[in-house]
Design a protein around this ligand. Structure first.
Ligand SMILES: Nc1ncnc2c1ncn2[C@@H]1O[C@H](COP(=O)(O)OP(=O)(O)OP(=O)(O)O)[C@@H](O)[C@H]1O
Ligand SMILES: [Mg+2]
Length: 194
């Protein structure tokens, strides 16, 4: 996995750290890599954390959620795209996961009508696919993850933290060695990681 962090202010690229970064980019070379990143996040998620996932059809949002599930002690194969049920809830050994797919929701109002108190329950971490469709109904504190096709088995993930918890999650990924500089991969003005 390659990644790059960009900072909102000018400065020494080498001095940047993940928790200060405006966003971090990670290149995933396979579905397994994307699930692994999800697992690393899932292992660190706490109740109340929200992952807001964006990206077109087949970008890998559900693959990432399968990894998150694994990190929470939920069998990844149990995670189905909730397109028809809109919201699924899974109980794992390490925590509870609520998985929302907003693809068929008309907009934020539709999510509000579902009952946000049913979705953003305090005991669960929440993953929302197609989050931009319902952005206005999401908690402000969230880790946004945008997945983009970059080849048949390659995806670019852009992780943008909003709030202290999301920044702490990025910092934890850095501590797990996911955001360490990769030799020869540092682009000008940013930081490359692998
Ligand atoms: N690096 C990668 N990361 C994730 N998925 C990948 C990758 N390379 C190939 N894929 C494939 O892309 C597909 C991603 O499907 P997935 O259901 O996760 O997408 P999605 O973003 O949830 O789509 P939808 O909007 O339909 O829910 C899978 O078939 C997966 O095997
Ligand atoms: Mg999906």
């Amino acid at each position: 996995m390659l990644c790059e962090a960009r900072h909102p202010v000018q400065g020494n690229a080498a001095a940047m750290s993940a928790h200060q970064a405006e966003f971090v980019r990670i290149r995933s070379s396979s579905p397994a890599r994307t699930r692994e990143l999800g697992r690393l996040l899932g292992e660190r998620l706490e109740p109340g954390d929200v992952l807001a996932l964006a990206g077109e059809l087949g970008a890998g949002k559900t693959e990432l959620v399968r990894g998150v599930a694994a990190g929470l002690g939920i069998p990844p194969a149990a995670v189905r795209s909730p397109t028809f049920t809109l919201v699924n809830r899974y109980q794992g050994e390490r925590g509870t996961l609520v998985h929302v797919d907003a693809y068929r929701l008309g907009g934020p109002q539709a999510l509000l009508e579902l009952g946000l108190e049913q979705v953003f329950v305090p005991e669960a971490a929440v993953c929302v696919e197609w989050a931009p469709r319902v952005a206005a109904a999401l908690p402000a504190a969230r880790l946004e993850i945008e997945l983009e096709h970059a080849g048949a088995r390659t995806r670019l993930l852009r992780l943008r933290p909003h709030g202290a918890r999301a920044r702490a999650l990025l910092q934890a990924l850095a501590a797990a060695g996911q955001l360490q500089p990769a030799e020869g991969a540092a682009p000008e003005g940013g930081r490359a990681c692998g």
